[in-house]
Design a binder for this molecule. Structure first.
Ligand code: DAT
Ligand code: MG
Length: 148
């Protein structure tokens, strides 16, 4: 089953959106496979956003991610990478549809409260980076009520 890496950014934690965001993924039917509240340093944040290191906003982005604790998670389910991105909404909240997390709770691109892997391959890399000790193996008893 596919897995994705989801991170509630420091603004999401400070704004008490952790429960709301976790609730959306839970109610959708995805399974929580990893979860931790963690503060990362800039070397780690730079690794996570390595693909964006040439961007003019890179340093600002790193400062934002290290500005407070984040909630790092692994969610599992069929098509969870693409569906997770749809639930999150577009990068710029100005374009994010109402009903998406960014569309409902955010205004500025630099305060868009949540990260989600953009592809299965990047999800694997990000899960390995954030959960080097591995994730928790379990099977939800609701599995058969969610997947045909
Ligand atoms: P996403 O978070 O939707 O996957 P991304 O991976 O392209 O977007 O960029 C990572 C974060 O960097 C994004 O959530 C907000 C910030 N960002 C992206 N493009 C930006 C831009 N043009 N100006 C300022 N910040 C930007
Ligand atoms: Mg991205």
């Amino acid at each position: 089953m596919e897995q994705t890496f989801i991170m509630i950014k420091p603004d999401g934690v400070q704004r008490n959106l952790v429960g709301e965001i976790i609730g959306r993924f839970e109610k959708k039917g995805f399974t929580l496979k990893g979860l931790k509240l963690i503060s990362v340093d800039s070397a780690f944040a730079k690794k996570h956003y390595a693909d964006l290191s040439a961007q003019p906003f890179f340093n600002k982005l790193v400062d934002y991610i290290v500005s407070g604790p984040v909630v790092a998670m692994v969610w599992e389910g069929r098509n969870v990478v693409a569906t997770g991105r749809k639930m999150i909404g577009t990068t710029n909240p100005s374009d994010s549809a109402p009903g998406t997390i960014r569309g409902d709770y955010t205004i500025d691109m630099g305060r868009n409260v949540i990260h989600g892997s953009d592809a299965v391959e990047s999800a694997k890399k990000e899960i390995a980076l954030w959960f080097p000790q591995g994730i928790t193996e379990w099977k939800s008893s609701a599995h058969h009520w969610i997947f045909e």
